[in-house]
Design a binder for this molecule. Structure first.
Ligand code: M6R
Length: 366
């Protein structure tokens, strides 16, 4: 049942090239410039006329929502708010008939997300689901939606659900951008073609596993970790930190890299490993300065870099390489080494990787 892997989590990490492909198969026709999501086409006017889109989710699904915020706003020029379902449901949110809500949930059973959907529906909003489990409560409660095709996710730590959620949300954003005319044909076509290549890029990222294991061995006894990223990779920093804390029980915090100087920089000393996502992007130079600031305070730098990078490679103590890919799609590859790093650290510490203490796979109570 674990397909020869020692744990479900590892199997699920390695399944990502396949399940990302399963998720876009039949929906993405890159050569013809077509994205076709059944649940979206019938309701596309709702999205186009919405004053904004509010995303509700919890945990890792909430992180996928944060990635979506960047791509929706960038390409489709629709304002996006990303809300913890547990806060949204108790806040008397300003929601009306014109609003569109996207609820993201692997299990489709998360109690807070379900309650947020019910509240939004009472106020007349249109609710779109991005779920993995077919026929789940959330998929039944939403007005329409698109499934991720990740297959069963058994490990409590969500891995393939995250990357397939981003795949679906990326397709939605591209389709809306095309319908609204807010993306150039060149950019639209480029991202379609690159999205189709993501499974290959993810496979390449997985090849770094051996090296990541060595890095895990160096840092497994650290008491704290800091994860930093900017732009599209700020949510990936949050997700990397969540993965580490939930399965290894090491305290970890994710931060937007530039926020470091507003507080967390005080934590940095020679004992503090800092994982920095420093791939090619608009913010590359800025991230390099953030790395220099950490180095000046003797922090240990583990950087996720684009293959062929030289600048960060010189500054960092350890690097984890991912292939070059357009910036908006980088979360799909930068997430991979962070999943592997947490997995190996947890394993080396003798943790129960698939069933961490105090956690359940689906949180059906509030
Ligand atoms: O099934 P859902 O996507 O609604 O679950 C949401 C969170 O409970 C879930 O992502 C949780 O944070 C994971 N254990 C993270 O790995």
């Amino acid at each position: 049942e674990k397909g020869g892997y020692e744990h479900f989590m590892l199997k699920e990490i390695y399944e990502q090239p396949q399940v990302i492909k399963d998720t876009y198969r039949g929906r993405l026709l890159a050569d013809q410039g077509i994205i076709k999501l059944g649940g979206l086409e019938d309701h596309i006017h709702r999205f186009i006329n919405a004053p904004r889109v509010t995303i509700v989710a919890c945990g890792t699904s909430w992180h996928a929502g944060l990635v979506a915020e960047y791509i929706f706003e960038d390409w489709a020029r629709i304002p996006v708010e990303v809300e913890y379902a547990s806060e949204f449901r108790y806040r008397n949110p300003v929601i009306s008939e014109k609003d569109v809500i996207i609820a993201i949930s692997q299990s489709g059973e998360t109690a807070d997300t379900l309650a947020a959907i019910k509240l939004a529906k009472q106020r007349g909003a249109f609710v779109y689901g991005v779920c993995n489990v077919v026929g789940s409560s959330i998929s039944r409660e939403t007005d329409s939606g698109s499934y991720t095709h990740a297959g069963p996710e058994i490990g409590v730590a969500s891995t393939k659900a995250f990357t397939t959620q981003i795949t679906v949300l990326t397709m939605i954003a591209l389709r809306l951008a095309q319908a609204k005319g807010t993306i150039s044909t060149r950019d639209y076509m480029l991202h379609l073609r690159e999205l189709e290549l993501v499974p290959t890029y993810v496979s390449e990222a997985l090849e770094g596993d051996g090296k990541i294991q060595e890095i895990a061995n160096v840092f497994k006894d650290a008491a704290n970790f800091l994860y930093l990223g900017r732009g599209y990779n700020f949510p990936v920093a949050l997700e990397g930190a969540l993965k580490l804390k939930e399965i290894s029980y090491i305290h970890a915090e994710g931060y937007p890299a530039a926020e470091m100087k507003h507080g967390p920089i005080a934590l940095i000393d020679e004992q503090m490993p800092v994982v920095v996502i420093a791939v090619n992007s608009n913010h590359y130079e800025k991230v390099v300065s953030n790395i220099e600031e950490i180095k000046a305070r003797k922090g240990k730098i583990i950087a996720v870099v684009t293959e062929g990078d030289t600048t960060v490679k010189e500054l960092a103590d350890y690097i984890m390489e991912v292939p070059q890919i357009p910036e908006a799609l980088t979360p799909l590859v930068t997430t991979i080494p962070l999943q592997l790093l947490s997995y190996h650290i947890a394993l080396m510490l003798g943790r129960n990787v698939d069933q961490p203490r105090n956690l359940a796979k689906s949180v059906t109570v509030e």
